[in-house]
Design a binder for this molecule. Structure first.
Ligand code: EPZ
Length: 422
């Protein structure tokens, strides 16, 4: 099992390139199921989760190929495809649920394993099922699988008005893909507004879909009879960019993030500026400068455009060594403080009570051996290791590899003393 060995205390200086967004690439790979034509994606990040999604589609009979060095990938989903997603693959990645909408829309049936829990909470898919049932799908759960089909005599899903109990990112994405080929109009009432949603919508529009309102909480989709192939560039990863901004804010230094989209990170950049980091944004880059201890910032995670839950653990690492006491409230997931105990092993002063964590800033963490528990917790521990005194070993970094494209190579490139040990 790979580990990272980090020797803390070095500032970060230089340039780093932000990869394509994991949470855009995953639904966009699934969108290739909506047509028999070839679909080309560029700027696909090299991640474990992308490899898993590719395997899932390959397992169904989709021809997938990679092209060149800039994350080019192509997909051809034949009519003879087997619309099933087995437990062995789905259990490792909850986002596998994203095949359900496109398979139902194109093939009228699907058998997808329930995702099972994950470290940050139970994360059910009841809203996905409810919305697709509203579009006419018959879905039963048996032997740990969602078995979905269209009723007798119906060859297509039908448009519907869908209002989920809470904002769901992959739920919104499943409905977008299903509605693109449904009969009639679909209206998504409390749709997710995360930037990955408009990016997926733009790809679907390039395939011939009729979508309006993407990026707002109300999306209209007019179903069409068929979709054709397209070429789409995956949007830059705002969470990877935010992670690097927090790292530089914590260690001090001066770094330019190439391809970073500041307009996708307003809530995080506001908090970093309040903390005392200098952030300059331009066309296709973000520059961050910081020196000395910053001021701890309280925040609560909410749906986009609010402070993203996927940045909570990383910013908490910064608060650990900032001045003052801060309060972090996690409103999206019920168990997303797994990084707290590991940060405490590094000397952090954190108390949690349900959804709230109170962090008392101290001037120095002590290196130690810590264990990653989920993707963003791993990133938090890497940031803590970069500022801790002495050596930190982060274990189980396969969690990190799920969502960060060559994280340690990028950090080494801007001056970090970090290496992967087998
Ligand atoms: C997406 O997960 C992201 N994953 C997550 O990123 C991100 O943390 C999350 O959105 C919130 O922004 C991908 O896009 C692949 P939700 P998703 O459905 O869609 C509850 C990362 O680190 N809910 O928006 O699974 C759910 O339990 C990952 O990159 C239901 O109850 O999240 C949660 O409390 C982690 N029933 C809340 O809604 C449902 O049917 C939001 O979940 C669906 C969701």
């Amino acid at each position: 099992m790979d580990k990272l060995r980090i020797t803390g205390g070095r500032p970060l200086n230089g340039e780093v390139t932000i990869s394509g967004a994991k949470n855009a690439a995953l639904p966009e790979i699934c969108a290739s199921l909506l047509t028999a034509d070839p679909v080309y994606l560029n700027n696909v990040p090299r991640l474990r989760d992308v490899a898993t999604m590719r395997l899932l589609l390959d397992n169904m009979g989709v021809q997938t190929e990679t092209h060149g060095e800039r994350g080019g990938m192509s997909f051809v989903a034949p009519d003879s495809l087997n619309p099933e997603a087995p437990y062995e693959l789905v259990k490792t990645m909850r986002a596998s649920v994203l095949v359900l909408g496109p398979l139902l829309a194109r093939f009228g049936r699907a058998k997808v394993s329930l995702p099972g829990g994950c470290a940050i909470g139970s994360r059910p898919v009841d809203q996905h099922i409810k919305g697709l049932q509203a579009m006419g799908a018959e879905i039963v759960v048996e032997h740990g699988y969602m078995v979905a089909q269209l009723p007798q005599g119906r060859s297509r899903l039908k448009g519907a008005r869908i209002a989920t109990d809470m904002v769901t990112v992959t739920g919104t994405e499943n409905f977008l893909m299903a509605a693109a080929l449904a009969e009639g109009e679909t209206v998504l009432e409390n749709a997710a507004q995360e930037p990955e949603i408009p990016d997926l919508a733009e790809m679907l529009i390039a395939m011939g879909a009729k979508i309006e309102g993407h990026g707002t909480s109300r999306i209209h989709i007019q179903g069409v009879d068929r979709l054709h192939g397209c070429t789409h560039q995956v949007v830059a990863d705002r969470i990877e960019a935010g992670t690097f901004l927090c790292a530089v804010a914590a260690t001090g230094g001066d770094v330019v993030l190439r391809h970073g989209r500041a307009d996708h990170l307003d809530a995080v950049i506001d908090k970093l500026r309040d903390a005392g980091a200098e952030i300059e944004a331009g066309d296709g880059f973000i520059r961050v400068r910081a020196s000395g201890r910053l001021k701890a910032q309280s925040f609560r995670t909410t749906e986009y455009p609010g402070f993203p839950t996927d940045m909570q653990a990383q910013f908490m690492a910064l608060n650990c060594i900032a001045t003052g006491t801060s309060k972090v409230t996690e409103t999206i997931f019920e168990n997303r403080f797994m990084h707290v105990n590991e940060l405490v092993r590094l000397g952090a002063k954190i108390q949690t009570d349900g959804k709230v964590a109170v962090i008392e800033g101290i001037d120095r963490l002590q290196g130690a051996t810590v264990m990653a528990t989920d993707l963003r917790a791993s990133a938090s521990l890497v940031i803590a290791g970069l500022v801790a005194e002495g050596e930190t070993i982060v274990d189980r970094i396969y969690h990190l590899d799920r969502g960060y494209d060559q994280m340690e190579a990028k950090l080494r490139g801007i001056g970090a003393d970090i290496e992967r040990i087998k």
